[in-house]
Design a protein around this ligand. Structure first.
Ligand code: SF4
Length: 404
């Protein structure tokens, strides 16, 4: 079933689409020049004016020409949540784990163009040779979840936890891939590691083999869903509210806790609910529901399956013709899965969900700009992690990549 019928919106309609989540239509994902992007001025990075009005066709021509000139000096990586008009340029696509692994395997490259968000480009920089330049097309493409774990707040939380539990408390920090490089370094220095939604259970096993408690950040939901699946009760996982002294916890709660969950979330995945699942089941008998583990615990409990972006892709792709899938993840991926599986019914659990607004900040105009700059001998938007941070973040990432 085709779930999206492209339709042009005027600027006023687009502004409504991006400012009122309850009216966000999923049928408006059509390529437009950068200057016509919704809410363009409020969050896009400066870019030479000539790129603003270029049509999709002209951008396509210029990108193809620049790529041909750069040849094997360049590879383009694309995260599954990128829109179609960006993902079409990717040499390799995947979720953050697959892209990290792929970046680590790259040899004899000069440039990696990372169509994703900032923390992913940082990880690619850490995992590739120091000589490789990693470029993010739009430096404003961050991650709201990653931003919820400010390094200073995490350092303070670590101190407060040890003041409450005692300096010899056995706590191992685990950070989700969706975090700044200096937090990856922080866990690397303290016997911890990085995880993704593909391997959070293995990462927690690693951590619990080395300590009695885990401080997990920034996504409370991935932490809770993974901990629960491993057998921890909900009251063994205490929430750390970084806006409050001592995280809003008591010493008794902390002593009892096996996991201390940072109060962060993904604004895209937090919108999926158990009520939407109930509605999907009522309207589509036989539907299978699969959601991302960044969704709230109640949603994951109500679903048939949960798993990483790659697991969602495999579940839908490998299912027999005639299957019906309701999916709780980012709309660009759901739309692509619907398009690639015309013999199945594939739809998004939330009929009004918006794209991840930060992933959406990558537009072909930025790709054309950074590639043409490379041809002219200028590297723009390089993401470079400084060497001290790089050293320990690499330790934390390599522990993750070595997980069984
Ligand atoms: S989907 Fe959520 S976690 Fe992923 S980049 Fe967007 S805000 Fe961050």
């Amino acid at each position: 079933m085709a779930i999206l019928t492209p339709k042009a919106l005027n600027y006023a309609e687009q502004l409504v689409m991006y400012t009122d989540p309850d009216t966000c239509p999923t049928d408006a994902l059509v390529p437009v020049p950068l200057a016509e992007e919704p809410a363009f001025v409020s969050w896009q990075q400066d870019i030479p004016r000539e790129y603003l009005a270029m049509s999709p066709e002209e951008l396509d021509r210029r990108i193809a020409s620049a790529r041909a000139k750069l040849g094997t000096r360049l590879t383009i990586l694309g995260h599954h949540y990128q829109r179609d008009e960006v993902i079409q340029y990717a040499d390799f696509t995947g979720d953050s784990f697959k892209l990290a692994r792929h970046a680590a395997e790259q040899k004899d490259l000069e440039f990696v163009l990372f169509c994703g968000v900032h923390f992913m480009a940082e990880s690619a920089d850490i995992l590739t040779d120091e000589s490789v330049k990693v470029i993010l097309p739009n430096m404003a493409a961050g991650c709201s979840m990653a931003d919820m774990a400010d390094p200073d707040d995490v350092y303070q939380a670590w101190d407060e936890i040890h003041e409450m539990l005692g300096q010899d408390a056995s706590v191992v920090p685990v950070t989700y891939m969706n975090s700044a490089a200096n937090l990856k370094a922080f866990v690397g220095e303290r016997d911890g590691l990085v995880c993704t939604s593909s391997n959070a259970d293995k990462a927690l096993e690693y951590a619990f083999a080395r300590g009695e408690k885990v401080l997990f950040f920034p996504d409370q939901h991935l932490g809770r869903n993974t901990g629960y699946a491993m057998g921890f009760a909900l009251d063994e996982m205490v929430l750390w509210n970084w806006r409050m002294p001592n995280g809003g916890t008591t010493p008794e709660q902390l002593k009892k806790a096996k996991m201390i969950l940072w109060q962060g979330h993904c604004s895209t995945h937090q919108r999926f609910t158990a009520a939407q699942i109930e509605k999907a089941r009522a309207e589509h008998p036989g539907v299978q529901v699969i959601v991302h583990p960044e969704c709230p615990w109640e949603t994951v409990q109500a679903a048939d399956f949960n798993g990483s972006t790659e697991k969602i892709v495999r579940a839908v792709t490998d299912s027999p013709a005639g299957s019906t899938w309701a999916i709780g993840t980012e709309i660009n991926l759901v739309k692509r899965l619907a398009d690639q599986n015309p013999d199945k019914t594939v739809f998004c659990l939330d009929p009004v969900i918006c794209p991840c607004s930060t992933m959406y900040r990558i537009h072909p105009a930025y790709i054309a700009w950074v590639l043409e700059s490379l041809i002219q001998g200028r590297v723009v938007n390089e993401v470079k992690v400084e060497s001290d941070t790089r050293k320990w973040a690499l330790v934390a990432l390599e522990r993750m990549l070595a997980l069984p």
